[in-house]
Design a protein around this ligand. Structure first.
Ligand code: SF4
Length: 370
């Protein structure tokens, strides 16, 4: 389903498209750069902040565009390393954006490295059995402006906390597209948004610091391999054989491992980069030592890094996290291969299924209040 907002978002405009709109109004070409500089470099929060533009031009901008197409509903700070922001879009849809801090010795949490996990869709059609975000299916794709705006909102928030951020333009270190939705199912809008973030007139954010995570849409992986911007790729594998993967990821029927693995290989050969295999460990589903051995073989063959993520319980779903002993035994098989492996405790929703629950809870509260 598509959502057509009353006004397009300025955060969805490129330098070229904005220049063309301004030209129709008889404005000189340099105006577009000036306006985008206000948005991305000077972090203008209102049209009136753009003080070197004439009043009539500011009025036209306000009539023509939304400065930001989403508003912050909740800012949920956790006591650990993960903060969650809940945004409301123009059609009242809700999305979560997550800030994950990597604690560094001698550095306060606010100053530590930050990875921002953004959402590319409202809901998700992929129906992975362990995931809160897929429970109600796909509502709609986000447009490029909504995707970019999640990161600008994070910049506003982090700028207020750390002076370092202002100087480096982007107030974070990495972007992972692992929030709600299947990124490659909203391919065009996502690439448009990431191109805006990467542009010198945008946030100037390096493509090598952006990771796209997919449940395994093979044709789109092959298309991504041809993109000139060299993004990083993570695969939500979660099953090392078709039999196990199919139980929890319906996408495996259309794209079984015999198709998925060659596509991953093609991507990493094209970009010369290590791909990451995400693997949520779920008790008695995919945590057997046979699965560990099969995963080891796949990872070794692809020279891939493996992220093991013990499952986080989702209300209403029956799955459980394996014991710590089981997790370690599983990881040991990979470590001894040797395969590059991390046993993680915290990350975004399709690696940390507990994400997406702030949105679900808010939607339930709204339904109860109606
Ligand atoms: S894990 Fe990712 S791809 Fe699967 S249903 Fe959830 S959001 Fe969609």
């Amino acid at each position: 389903m598509k959502f057509t907002p009353a006004k397009p978002a300025l955060t969805g405009e490129t330098l070229e498209s904005l220049t063309a709109r301004l030209k129709e109004r008889g404005e000189p070409a340099f105006r577009a750069k000036q306006i985008l500089e206000w948005v991305y470099k000077k972090r203008a929060r209102s049209w009136d902040d753009m003080t070197n533009l004439s009043k009539p031009l500011r009025a036209w901008l306000a009539e023509t565009f939304d400065l930001l197409p989403l508003s912050l509903l909740f800012d949920k700070q956790s006591r650990d390393v993960t903060d969650k922001l809940l945004f409301e879009l123009g059609d009242r849809s809700l999305i979560e954006t997550v800030i994950i801090r990597a604690p560094q010795e001698g550095v306060g949490l606010d100053q530590s490295r930050k990875t921002i996990c953004i959402s590319p869709q409202v809901g998700c059609a992929m129906a992975c059995k362990f995931c809160a975000s897929g429970l109600a299916g796909l509502k709609r794709d986000l447009n490029a402006g909504e995707i970019v705006a999640q990161l600008l909102q994070v910049c506003y928030r982090e700028d207020a906390r750390t002076p370092r951020a202002r100087m480096e333009l982007a107030s974070f270190d990495n972007i992972v597209v692992m929030g709600m939705g299947e990124p490659l199912a909203n391919y065009d809008a996502l690439i448009e948004a990431l191109t805006i973030l990467n542009a010198e007139w945008g946030l100037g954010f390096g493509a090598r610091r952006i990771t796209l995570s997919t449940s395994g849409l093979v044709p789109k992986i092959l298309r991504l391999a041809e993109e000139p911007l060299g993004f990083r790729l993570a695969i939500s594998l979660h099953g090392a054989t078709d039999e196990v993967r199919e139980k929890i990821m319906p996408v495996n029927k259309a794209f079984p491992l015999a198709k998925l693995i060659p596509a991953i290989r093609a991507f990493s050969e094209k970009h010369g980069r290590m791909v990451t295999l995400e693997f949520i460990l779920i008790e008695d589903i995919n945590d057997s030592l046979d699965q560990a051995r099969a995963l080891r073989d796949i990872a070794r063959d692809l020279h891939a890094h493996v992220n093991l993520i013990p499952y986080n319980t989702v209300e209403g779903l029956p799955w459980k996290r394996p014991s710590n002993t089981r997790q370690e035994k599983f990881a040991d098989i990979l470590r001894h291969a040797p395969v590059s492996v991390t046993l993680r405790r915290e990350k975004c929703h399709d690696i940390d299924a507990a994400c997406g629950q702030l949105r679900l809870k808010t939607e339930r509260d709204r339904a109860d209040a109606a």
